[in-house]
Design a protein around this ligand. Structure first.
Ligand SMILES: [Zn+2]
Length: 65
């Protein structure tokens, strides 16, 4: 007798970030895009909360001379 009901993701491995069952197959092996981002940030710098700063684009149109 098994109490665990695997209806949603049958045989699918749990999220590697939070451990939950992946609901969106698009973001596997993550459960959602959020967890996918977390893993991505880990690779980038190993920081969980990355401050989102607007990229300072230098508007230098005058390139003549
Ligand atoms: Zn997750």
């Amino acid at each position: 007798m098994t109490e665990d009901r695997d209806e949603k993701a049958e045989g699918a491995p749990p999220c590697v970030i939070c451990g939950m069952r992946p609901q969106v197959p698009e973001y596997r092996p993550f459960c959602s895009r959020r967890c996918a981002d977390v893993d991505l940030h880990r690779w980038l710098g190993g920081v969980y909360a990355i401050p989102v700063k607007p990229e300072e684009e230098e508007d230098e149109g005058d390139a003549t001379g």
